[in-house]
Design a protein around this ligand. Structure first.
Ligand code: NAD
Ligand code: UDP
Length: 325
């Protein structure tokens, strides 16, 4: 019997590289499709061998054709500064990119998994957020290219499911962090950890009383694997995240303490439309996938700090080598 073939769009990004490794480990042959806008090839270079894992540089805004059984769509910048840099491209990626991948699923009768987001709930008026909440999203703000793009993508997925019987799975991912994050991507965890490791000021936007619930990447990827393997009649959407809610102020203090850092904590302006609270209701994930996150924030943050220290020291050594050449 031939092996299972997967296409991971966005596989050279933070979550994508961890998922690709897991799929290869589980016996899939994987095509990583990525335009390298926020990802980089180095994240998967240890996996790419031309057989079990191949890399194809491509923008999913343009159609693509590979013979596959499974498609996972992670392609889309996830950090607010990254997705706001070229909002039109962000919207095109979510809408036209999803359309192209759904057409591919239709052609090859492949299963297709969509990385949606807690951002579909916008600035939620319901707390915690369960999947039956329709959200509170500004359609014309600076976050809209991402939020509305992901919402439109969910609509497309469901229409392909209803109209063509495509086996779709939608996961709504909540804030995820861990090793392999881009140290310059501008999200709270990556900024705070980098700043703490360098003993530079830790920048809190607003008063730091806003909350998020942070999930370690290995927990998330385990949840994605569960979703891939669940029966065809389950479409989602299903929340995947960690329900331990924390203020950004506490997160900054925790990271400072765990990194043994002398960084001062400073306050900067809060960007517009920044959601005040966010916490997933994980009942559905628990019931249908038998999944819940297991990794403590302390362990996850320590692993992330270790990765950032290593990455920053490699960068420093590289610079020294360049200067002495
Ligand atoms: P990331 O920015 O590290 O990875 C995204 C990857 O997609 C990158 O490798 C990038 O180069 C690629 N990409 C972007 N646009 C593309 C395009 N048009 N064509 C091909 N490739 C493209 O982000 P991440 O944190 O790994 O997020 C992965 C997915 O998970 C995204 O879809 C994101 O919306 C979703 N998500 C992530 C989080 C989180 O906290 N990390 C939360 C909710 C949802
Ligand atoms: N944030 C912050 N300092 C930073 C980066 C982000 O205080 O250096 C805040 C941001 O305003 C938001 C929260 O941290 O309230 C989470 O931001 P992130 O970009 O990680 O994710 P998202 O806003 O998409 O949940």
């Amino acid at each position: 019997m031939r092996g299972k073939r997967a296409l991971v769009a966005g596989g050279a990004g933070f979550i994508g590289c961890v998922l690709t490794e897991k799929l290869v480990e589980q016996g899939y042959s994987v095509v990583v499709v990525d335009n390298l806008s926020t990802g980089c090839k180095e994240k998967i270079s240890h996996l790419v061998d031309g057989k079990r894992c191949v890399f194809f540089q491509h923008d999913i805004v343009n159609p693509i054709d590979f013979q596959v059984d499974l498609i996972v769509n992670l392609a889309c910048p996830a950090s607010p500064p990254a997705y706001q840099k070229d909002p039109i491209q962000t919207l095109k990626t979510s809408v036209i990119g999803s359309l192209n991948l759904l057409e591919l699923a239709r052609k090859h009768r492949a299963k297709i998994v969509q990385a949606s987001t807690s951002e579909v709930y916008g600035s939620p008026l319901k707390h915690p957020q369960s999947e039956n909440y329709w959200g509170n999203v500004n359609p014309i703000g600076i976050r809209s290219c991402y939020d509305e793009g992901k919402r439109a993508a969910e609509t497309l997925f469901f229409d392909y499911h209803r109209q063509y019987g495509i086996d779709i799975k939608i996961m709504r991912i909540f804030n995820t962090y861990g090793p392999q994050m881009d140290i310059d991507d501008g999200r709270a965890v990556s900024n705070f950890v980098k700043q703490a490791v360098l003993n530079e000021p830790i920048t809190i936007y607003g008063d730091g009383k806003q909350t998020r619930s942070f999930c370690y990447v290995d927990d998330l990827v385990y949840g994605i694997m569960k979703l891939i393997n669940v029966s065809a009649d389950f479409t989602g959407p299903v929340n995947i995240g960690n329900s331990e809610e924390i203020t950004l102020r506490t997160l900054a203090e925790e990271i400072k303490m765990l990194a043994n850092s002398s960084s001062p904590i400073i306050f900067k302006a809060l960007p517009s439309d920044d959601p005040q609270n966010r916490k997933p209701d994980l009942t559905l994930a628990h019931e249908v996938l038998g999944w819940e996150p297991k990794i403590s924030r302390e362990y996850g943050l320590l692993k992330t700090i270790e990765f950032f220290r290593q990455t920053l020291s490699n960068k420093k050594n590289h610079k020294h080598q360049e200067v002495s050449l």
